[in-house]
Design a protein around this ligand. Structure first.
Ligand code: FAD
Length: 283
């Protein structure tokens, strides 16, 4: 039996309640057994989860495996982001997922100090030098607001030139999109590692909703099979597991630097994929 070794990271979002945090910590324990490179914690644009993200980052980081905060700049101020970054620096946080973010529609009267993620990369490099490794977002299937694919690539390059150290992609189910994106990056002289973001498939409705918002494509053959399994959740999960396992197997053959899993705070779907891949953490 062959065992693959690759750096793996897991993403959580900060729960709203104490009960949610207790449940998340049980999932954390199961995933931590995999010895991932880090756990990343999302941040609500405009600072909507500022305190919850910070607290979860500090709590998880204190347990031993590094925690990596996401930080988005849209609707936030230089002052408030600097206060957070100071805390992170002083507690030994080494990486930041550096983003623009999508401002929730119900947030009114927000600051207009940042417009794009490259400005946040520049801001952090100006104030903190090389204290943090900065990980930015990449879109193999093109960001939904981008004028076109080439414009999106040039905007991705701005983040790299501003000082990004690595990137994680939006999720996708078509490995050709990743391969083509990485090739186009290389043609532009972009050499930072680009980690594929992997979204397990466990629920058709939720996946379709997320995908509409973030511009990720669910290929038609997958969508049709998921519709077939609408009343059979266990068959849907088994099919989803096969699809994502095969995607990951293909990505491994492309020489990816590692995997980032969007866990949605559930360990089982991700652990099953890792088990199928016989993947162990290279950290
Ligand atoms: P940017 O890189 O700023 O790009 C946004 C759009 O603007 C693109 O269309 C781009 O082509 C264009 N653009 C960029 N720079 C310029 C420029 N200088 N001039 C003109 N156009 C430009 N969202 C959250 O709210 N919280 C999270 O924790 C979070 N985590 C994420 C983690 C990952 C790995 C990924 C892939 C996404 C995450 N998101 C998160 C979603 C993300 O915030 C959205 O996709 C958002 O719409 C874009 O953020 P960005 O950092 O990619 O933005």
């Amino acid at each position: 039996m062959v065992s693959n070794q690759l750096p793996i990271s897991f993403e959580f979002f900060p729960p709203k309640t104490e009960e949610g945090i207790a449940k998340l910590m049980a999932q954390y324990k199961l995933l931590a057994a995999y010895n991932p490179e880090y756990f990343s914690i999302t941040y609500g644009a405009g600072g909507t989860t500022r305190d919850r993200t910070k607290q979860l980052v500090l709590d998880i980081n204190a347990k031993g495996i590094p925690a990596v905060p996401h930080l988005s700049c849209i609707g936030d101020t230089h002052h408030s982001l600097k206060a957070l970054l100071d805390t992170y620096k002083n507690t030994g946080i080494g990486n930041i997922v550096t983003l623009r973010g999508d401002l929730p529609k119900d947030v009114a009267d927000v600051a207009n100090e940042f417009h794009y993620a490259n400005e946040l990369v520049t801001f952090i490099r100006q104030h903190y030098g090389d204290s943090f490794k900065l990980i930015v977002a990449a879109y193999p299937e093109v960001h939904p607001e981008a004028k076109n694919a080439q414009h999106d690539l040039i905007n991705f390059k701005r983040k790299v030139e501003a000082g990004a150290s690595a990137a994680i992609t939006q999720y996708f189910y078509n490995s050709d999109a990743y391969e083509d994106f990485v090739n186009r990056c290389q043609q532009q002289g972009i050499t930072i590692p680009i980690y594929p973001g992997i979204m397990p498939i466990t629920n058709h409705e939720k996946l379709a909703r997320f995908s509409r918002m973030c511009g990720a494509e669910i290929p038609q053959w997958i969508e049709k099979r998921l519709l077939d399994y609408q009343d059979e959740p266990s068959s849907l999960k088994a099919f989803g597991l096969d699809v994502v396992t095969q995607l990951c197997e293909k990505l491994i053959t492309l020489g990816i630097p590692g995997f980032h899993f969007y866990t949605l705070n559930q360990s089982t779907p991700t652990l099953k994929i890792l088990e199928n891949l016989r993947l162990t953490s290279a950290v």
